[in-house]
Design a protein around this ligand. Structure first.
Ligand SMILES: *[C@@H]1O[C@H](CO)[C@@H](O)[C@H](O)[C@H]1NC(C)=O
Ligand SMILES: *[C@@H]1O[C@H](CO)[C@@H](O)[C@H](O)[C@H]1NC(C)=O
Ligand SMILES: *[C@@H]1O[C@H](CO)[C@@H](O)[C@H](O)[C@H]1NC(C)=O
Ligand SMILES: *[C@@H]1O[C@H](CO)[C@@H](O)[C@H](O)[C@H]1NC(C)=O
Ligand SMILES: [Mg+2]
Length: 261
C-alpha cells in the first residue's frame, strides 16, 4: 500500500516527460552526462535527493550554502540531463502562454525582467568542470570564467526572450554581476543571441551591504518610476522574485546548484 503514491508519482512524471518530449526538438548546448528517465531521482540512504531538490525549488529549504554531499552526483546528472531542460521548458511555456493572453497597451512600456546567471546565461560549463557539491563557489575562478564571456544561453529562455520581443514587450536584465562586468556581459549576451534590451542593470557598490532581494526590488522600483510596467519577471533564485515591485507574474526556473538570498 505504501508504494502506491510513489508509483503514481513516477507514472505522472513519466507522462509529463513523454508529453513534453513530443513538443519539438530540444536544443542542447550541453551534452548528456547520463540519460535520465522518469523522475531521475536517486535515493540515498537517509535522504531523497529528489525531495531535497523539490524542497529548494519550492523555497521550503532556504539559506543553504552547498548541495548536500550525497546529492552532488544527483544534482550534476539532473543539470546535465534532460530533466533540467524539460523543467525549464515547462516554466518558459507557461510564461509565454501568460504573455500571449494579455491585452497589452501598445505604448512601449510593457517590460519583462530577466535575471542573467542560470536564467539567460548558463554557467554549466563552469560547474561541470568544478563540481556541483561542496566548496563549489570560488569567486576567483568563477569571476575568471565570467570574464571569458563564453557562457551559453539557456535555450528555453532565449526562445522566450525572442517571443516576448515579437509581442512588443521590452526586456530588462537585472543581474547580481557587478558593474565592472558590464562590457563582458554585454558581449556574452549578444554573442549567444540576446541582441537587444531596454536596460541592463548591474549591481553597484551602493548595494554592497544588501541582499540580492533588496537590490533587485530597488532596481525594479526604479524601472517602474521611469514609467515601465513589469508584466513578468523570471529568475532561477527566489530572491529574483520576492520583495517589492515583483511584477504582475513571476516565473521560477530550476536551480538546485546554489542559493542566493
Ligand atoms: C484590449 O484593450 C483595448 C484598449 O485598452 C480595448 O479597447 C479592447 O477592447 C481590449 N480587447 C480585449 C479583447 O479585451
Ligand atoms: C580558487 O580558484 C583559484 C584560481 O583557480 C585557485 O588558485 C584557488 O586555490 C582557489 N581557492 C580555493 C579556496 O579553492
Ligand atoms: C547605484 O545605483 C543606484 C540606482 O540605480 C543609484 O541611485 C546609485 O547612485 C548608484 N550608486 C553608485 C555608487 O553608483
Ligand atoms: C542596504 O545596505 C545599506 C548599507 O549597508 C544599509 O544601510 C541599508 O539599510 C540596506 N538596505 C536595506 C533595505 O536593507
Ligand atoms: Mg540567477
Amino acid at each position: 500500500m505504501k508504494m502506491l503514491p510513489v508509483l503514481l508519482f513516477f507514472l505522472l512524471v513519466t507522462l509529463v516527460a513523454t508529453t513534453q518530449a513530443t513538443n519539438g526538438a530540444i536544443s542542447h548546448q550541453i551534452h548528456l552526462l547520463r540519460p535520465q528517465t522518469g523522475s531521475g531521482g536517486r535515493h540515498v540512504p537517509g535522504i531523497s535527493c529528489l525531495s531535497w531538490r523539490l524542497g529548494v525549488e519550492t523555497h521550503n529549504i532556504v539559506g543553504w550554502t552547498t548541495v548536500p554531499a550525497v546529492c552532488e552526483g544527483y544534482v550534476g546528472h539532473y543539470m546535465l540531463g534532460n530533466q533540467y531542460r524539460q523543467d525549464s521548458r515547462a516554466v518558459t511555456n507557461e510564461a509565454l502562454l501568460y504573455a500571449k493572453s494579455l491585452n497589452l497597451t501598445k505604448d512601449g512600456k510593457n517590460m519583462w525582467v530577466f535575471d542573467i546567471d542560470e536564467t539567460t546565461l548558463s554557467n554549466l560549463p563552469y560547474y561541470s568542470h568544478h563540481g556541483f557539491g561542496v566548496e563549489v563557489y570560488n569567486s576567483t575562478s568563477f569571476d575568471a570564467w565570467v570574464l571569458e564571456g563564453t557562457a551559453p544561453a539557456l535555450p528555453e529562455s532565449l526562445k522566450l526572450y525572442n517571443k516576448l520581443l515579437a509581442l512588443g514587450i521590452k526586456v530588462a536584465f537585472i543581474t547580481g554581476r557587478g558593474i565592472s562586468q558590464r562590457s563582458v556581459t554585454e558581449i556574452n549576451l549578444k554573442y549567444v543571441g540576446y541582441h537587444t534590451w531596454e536596460k541592463l542593470v548591474l549591481k553597484n557598490s551602493s548595494y554592497s551591504g544588501n541582499t540580492s532581494a533588496v537590490y533587485k526590488s530597488s532596481e525594479r522600483k526604479e524601472l517602474e518610476k521611469s514609467g515601465y510596467r513589469i508584466i513578468g519577471n523570471i529568475g532561477d533564485q527566489w530572491s529574483d522574485l520576492l520583495g517589492t515591485n515583483v511584477g504582475d507574474r513571476t516565473f521560477k526556473l530550476p536551480d538546485p546548484m546554489y542559493y542566493i538570498s
